[in-house]
Design a protein around this ligand. Structure first.
Ligand SMILES: C[S@@+](CC[C@H](N)C(=O)[O-])C[C@H]1O[C@@H](n2cnc3c(N)ncnc32)[C@H](O)[C@@H]1O
Length: 221
């Protein structure tokens, strides 16, 4: 079960799921193609980032953390990977930006923020329903959430590359998560499941938009 990782694989004891070479390659690629559309979409709802507290949850190399900080936000970078932490710290120092850094599992982030940003790492959470609540609790009253999740269309693309037992196991894992909310692997939730989970939480405004293999969730608490 995924929660066992919390006990046996601790980042403070040297556990890092992301090898250094992979982290460096991902960082180089993602920093170069940073999606300004995402930032513009957030700015439509929060026009001024100045002094807004933002949690970049599962921040990886910190390309978005840095973009928010450049616009005046007080950013907290949170991720499990020390290799990404080193990359993000170096990038922030090179730009003379002061960010808060917090190393840990997604569910271990704490505090209350004006804005929570979570991009393409939802599937690493332990439980979809509990993670949505965890995100909800990290946002201040009147605060905003911007979440980008790889949905079942992404999983379908992944399945097309697989065959045999592995493909069957992935399908089974998806089925269990969709129908019983049980996760054995880092499986992608469907757009429909996300819509159901978020509809149960109390928002002033909630929007879920399916854009190809991503679901964009925007909310105002
Ligand atoms: C695909 S990357 C996305 C990074 C960044 N949000 C972006 O938009 O480029 C997934 C990130 O999730 C992090 N991650 C994976 N499992 C995690 C966990 N259980 N808790 C916290 N972060 C995790 C990885 O270290 C990595 O930074």
């Amino acid at each position: 079960m995924l929660w066992l990782k919390y006990y046996f694989q601790k980042p403070e004891k040297g556990f890092d799921p992301v090898p250094k070479a992979f982290a460096e390659k991902y960082a180089a690629n993602e920093c170069q193609k940073l999606n300004n559309e995402v930032i513009e979409a957030i700015k439509e709802r929060v026009p001024d980032f100045k002094n807004k507290t933002i949690l970049d949850l599962g921040a990886g190399p910190g390309q978005y953390s840095i973009a928010f900080a450049k616009k005046g936000a007080k950013v907290t970078w949170h991720d499990i990977s020390r290799n990404y932490l080193d990359i993000a710290k170096t990038k922030a120092a090179n730009e003379s930006l002061a960010l808060n850094f917090s190393l840990g599992y997604l569910e271990e982030a704490h505090g209350k923020f004006d804005i929570i940003f979570n991009r393409i790492c939802w599937y690493y959470c332990i439980n979809d329903i509990r993670f949505a609540k965890c995100i909800y609790n990290l946002v201040k009253e009147n605060g905003y959430g911007f979440i980008i999740v790889n949905n079942e269309k992404y999983l379908k693309e992944e399945l097309e590359k697989e065959s045999g037992l592995k493909k069957m196991a992935m399908k089974m894992s998806y089925w269990l998560n969709e129908n019983f909310n049980i996760k054995f692997t880092h499986v992608h939730p469907s757009h429909k499941k996300l819509a159901k989970i978020f509809a149960r939480l109390n928002f002033k405004h909630l929007q879920l938009e399916q854009r190809g293999h991503n679901t964009l969730i925007t909310f105002n608490k």
